[in-house]
Ligand binder design. Structure first.
Ligand code: ZN
Length: 349
């Protein structure tokens, strides 16, 4: 089988680099290491042409995967102060800018689908910058202007914690997405401003109430960059049939999250998870959303993923599994990258 190019809806490579003790995190990304899931050499090997790179401000105590055992219900981490959030966001944005600068054209920060296409023609890795949790943005939304000019083209108003824009979905198993309040009035204003800027809004990590708030307020297609199917894995981070239908109705998209806690029927973070369950989620998404609205949102470097896909270098194994399942070459290309590129064209332009 020929390699299927992939454009990935979510990775936390910049968080991994930010938290690493290396004095040369940018060079580590460009030259490659065996740390984590994603760097430039492994992206090339696995056929990744680009993706959304998240800028995320970690909570003071990191999410503990050890606590996601059996039935679990982790309390939402406390709200993060804007200044604290800004420090990590600026550091991660700077890392990406330096990576692009040091890469001699091998990595490009892209602001439009035209720029992504141009980067792909040159075989450069196309990075679209995403904010995961908008704690760094002030109530007057002035920082949004700065973020936009810095290249940010996607914003998830919430991570799984509260902020001035609303409440995020908790890490809980089992659990419904109907897990708390939605967007605040300020959160709705943020959505409207993002529409004006043509910044894509990501509904992953929102509560169900927040999801419907975005659906009501936003003029753009609904996009869940890294979420799965609730009827298979019942956690608040996954999407109900009603949510999937709403995403389809707006011409939006869902990116398959590889985190095993959002894939497995038992909701556990356990690398001993077969690729079969990823195929099942994609089957269910295709049935509900159709061929043009399903894509990938790996969560590389942000989660425990099935061990057969040890890193992005092994991503083709997923496409091979899908081919065995009977997916056509055309469908593999849609899931791999075309659907993301079409959705970005209709959101960021
Ligand atoms: Zn996430």
């Amino acid at each position: 089988m020929q390699q299927i190019p992939s454009f990935d809806g979510h990775n936390d490579a910049l968080l991994r680099l930010f938290l690493s003790t290396s004095s040369t995190p940018e060079a580590d990304f460009l030259n490659g290491t065996n740390e984590g899931h994603l760097d430039l050499p492994r992206a090339k090997k696995g056929g990744m042409i680009g993706g959304l790179f998240a800028l995320y401000s970690p909570s003071s105590s990191n999410l503990s995967f050890d606590k996601m055992k059996g039935n679990y219900d982790l309390p939402l981490p406390p709200a993060l102060h804007m200044d604290t959030a800004r420090q990590s966001i600026v550091a991660m944005a700077s890392m990406m800018l330096r990576i692009a600068k040091m890469s001699n054209g091998a990595v490009e920060i892209c602001r439009t689908t035209g720029e992504i296409a141009a980067a792909t023609r040159k075989s450069a890795l196309a990075a679209v910058l995403h904010i995961e949790g908008a704690e760094c943005i002030d109530p007057d939304l002035r920082f949004l202007d700065v973020l936009y000019e810095s290249g940010i083209r996607s914003v998830g108003p919430l991570w799984s914690r509260p902020n001035i824009f609303g409440h995020g979905a908790p890490m809980r198993f089992p659990g419904s997405p109907d897990s708390g309040p939605g967007l605040s009035e300020l959160g709705k204003t943020l959505v409207r401003r993002c529409n004006e800027f043509r910044i894509m809004i990501d509904v992953s990590h929102l509560t169900e109430a927040g999801f419907w708030d975005v659906a009501k307020v936003s003029h753009a297609p609904l996009v869940a960059t890294h979420s799965n199917v609730h009827s298979i894995c019942p956690v608040p981070r996954n999407l109900t049939d009603g949510q999937l239908d709403a995403i389809k109705d707006t011409g939006g998209l869902v990116g398959l999250n590889f985190a095993t806690c959002f894939l497995r029927r038992d909701g556990q973070m356990d690398a001993d998870t077969s690729l079969e369950i990823m195929v099942e989620h994609l089957d269910a998404m295709l049935e509900r959303l159709g061929e043009d609205h399903v894509a990938l949102g790996s969560d590389f470097d942000g989660a425990i993923i099935p061990q057969r896909i040890g890193s992005v270098a092994d991503l083709q194994l997923l496409f091979i599994a899908l081919q065995k399942r009977g997916y056509s070459n055309d469908l593999l290309h849609k899931i791999g990258s075309r659907n993301w590129l079409n959705t970005l064209a209709s959101t960021i332009g």
